[in-house]
Design a protein. Structure first.
Lengths: 276, 298
């Protein structure tokens, strides 16, 4: 049992202060989303809504194309995830289980590639997307998000595959399974938490992406959430209570999903440095 | 190893076959675009991003002769240095606090993650509203708590806008740092602290002689990652100020984007992208090296 000295009680005020600072904009978001228009533009502003309202949530859904934005984000995020998973599982298997000459080079490459800013390539990517006829098409976002999450996804998943003992699959092979069967029936079920982590990581990254959408999407009915809300600020300048209500709705799914994978992300990014 | 030649061959062929779809995808949408940008940077490019004629180093010399470009390089460095330092220090403090075994620690840890879990573009929009001078709750709160009697109109002036953007970037990056350091702290064996206590070390001495040395691996890798992410932070600046007023809050990454898609000057933008690529490559190779030094994945 740890002794509770003076320092122990000092932790609370410090932690509370830090949490207030870290959650400050979210408190602002909630406060604004629950206020009617007149209160949003009251001077001086106040924290607690006096005429508490939930109308912003229904307004933003029915008067503005938030539903369309949600649908587009969902298409992009699911599409990216499906594409990424199909490419990622065989590649991660190869890296984790097979011997080949270029392995360390490829792993090294994957680790470096995930650090490149999409802005570096967006200029030429724009031309490629245009030539493929994919401008203002959600497929452009599925491809570009897919490629920018691929390296880290392979990296994460191969780590999981390596942590599954080889002997389990070898036993399946001896029992007459084909290699394919040993992967589908034995390795994947055991490594399922890793697959789920990879899927969530890809989904969240695609859901949150902004720069590619800003560049490739031109019409309103194709905008994903991030771009839709960004244009919200420009077009309906005065309606901050709507933007905040929309932000709450857009953030809830990703924040909840993120909580499931945050430990794996930390481990995957920092590698052996945080083993344990 | 000591495998028969034929098996080795088929196994590696199989491996390349499995990697092929992913590699093709990376080549088409990442490596080819990088090479193309490199190529583009040596050409005169029209407003439709079509190559007009070979121009040698003209795009580079054009950028290098612009004082604004140098300002932006310096600003990108200052931006990265200040933000990474702040994230590291604040992250370490939070990690040390969360490492104390207090009631409600799990909840505190979960709440700490939220800025990282949140979508950066959407967070930036929320901050934009928070910074609003007339109706925003930040200045109101700062004033009513007496922290600042006349807080600036944050996003209106170059200096305050820079610090406003910088803070949002720091704010986004704190949770990752705190969590990595916390994981690092929890991997330190308790016996080491007990041994230090037996030797008569106080809290500060324990921190200096046990915590810091054992945390150095995590510290290096997290700092390198943070440098890369901070240097690459497009969303915060673009959404909060679009680099404005003027180009006063632009960093290299947003400046490249503006040059290409607002000014439609793709040639100089490509030249800057190549320079940025070189910078990122160096830092990410250092990151990869320290990663492999610690990890045992291969």
């Amino acid at each position: 049992m740890k002794k509770k000295n003076f320092n122990y009680y000092l932790v609370y005020p410090a932690i509370i202060f830090i949490l207030v600072v870290l959650l400050f904009p979210f408190l602002v978001m909630i406060s604004t989303a629950l206020k009617p228009l007149e209160e949003v533009y009251a001077t001086p502003p106040h924290w607690i809504p006096q005429n508490f309202t939930l109308a912003n949530f229904s307004d933003v859904w029915f008067k503005y194309p938030l539903g369309t934005y949600f649908k587009n984000s969902l298409i992009v995020a699911v599409g990216t995830t499906v594409l990424n998973t199909i490419l990622c599982i065989p590649a991660a298997y190869a890296v984790a289980r097979l011997r080949f000459r270029a392995k360390s080079f490829i792993m090294y490459l994957f680790l470096i590639v995930q650090m490149f800013s999409p802005v570096i390539v967006v200029i030429s990517l724009f031309k490629i997307i245009a030539r493929l006829g994919l401008l203002n098409n959600l497929l452009s976002l599925i491809f570009t998000n897919g490629v920018f999450t691929l390296a880290f996804a392979i990296w994460l998943l191969s780590g999981y595959f390596s942590s599954v003992p080889k002997e389990i699959e070898e036993a399946a092979l001896i029992d007459g399974c084909s290699r394919m069967q040993s992967v589908v029936r034995v390795l994947l079920p055991v490594a399922m938490p890793g697959v789920i982590t990879t899927v969530i990581y890809t989904f969240i990254t695609a859901w949150n992406e902004f720069m590619f959408a800003l560049t490739f999407i031109t019409s309103m009915d194709k905008r994903p959430l991030t771009l839709g809300l960004y244009n919200f600020v420009g077009r309906w300048t005065v309606q901050w209570q709507y933007l905040m209500a929309a932000a709450i709705l857009a953030l809830i799914p990703v924040v909840v999903l993120f909580m499931f994978i945050e430990r794996d992300l930390v481990k995957g990014l920092a590698g052996g440095a945080v083993k344990g | 190893m000591a495998r028969s030649g034929k098996f080795w061959k088929t196994e590696s062929t199989f491996a390349y076959l499995l990697l092929l779809p992913a590699l093709i995808f990376l080549i088409v949408f990442m490596f080819y675009p990088i090479i193309y940008v490199f190529f583009m940077s040596f050409f005169k490019v029209n407003k439709l991003a079509e190559l007009v004629s070979f121009s040698g180093l003209a795009n580079y010399s054009y950028m290098f002769s612009k004082p604004e470009f140098w300002q932006i390089i310096i600003r990108s460095c200052v931006w990265t240095a200040l933000a990474v330092a702040a994230k590291t220090i604040i992250g370490l403090i939070i990690a040390l606090l969360l490492n104390v075994d207090f009631r409600g620690r799990k909840i505190a840890r979960t709440l700490t993650i939220i800025p990282w879990a949140s979508s950066v573009p959407i967070s930036a929009m929320i901050w934009q509203w928070t910074y609003n001078n007339d109706f925003g709750l930040l200045n109101y709160t700062l004033q009513s708590l007496g922290i600042m009697s006349s807080p600036p109109i944050w996003l209106a002036y170059p200096r305050s806008a820079f610090f406003a953007c910088l803070w949002v970037d720091i704010w986004c990056g704190i949770p990752f740092m705190a969590l990595v350091f916390l994981a690092g702290l929890q991997a330190i064996p308790q016996e080491l602290y007990e041994a230090a206590e037996v030797d008569g070390a106080g809290s500060l001495a324990k921190f200096r002689s046990v915590t810091l040395p054992l945390l150095s691996g995590v510290l290096t890798i997290a700092t390198l990652l943070s440098i890369l992410w901070t240097f690459n932070d497009f969303n915060v600046i673009y959404i909060l100020t679009t680099g404005g007023p003027g180009t006063s809050t632009d960093i290299l990454i947003t400046y490249i984007y503006k040059y290409a898609f607002q000014y439609l000057r793709f040639g100089p933008a490509a030249a800057m992208a190549v320079i940025t690529f070189a910078i990122l490559l160096v830092v990410s190779i250092i990151y990869a090296r320290s990663y492999f030094k610690r990890g045992e994945i291969l």
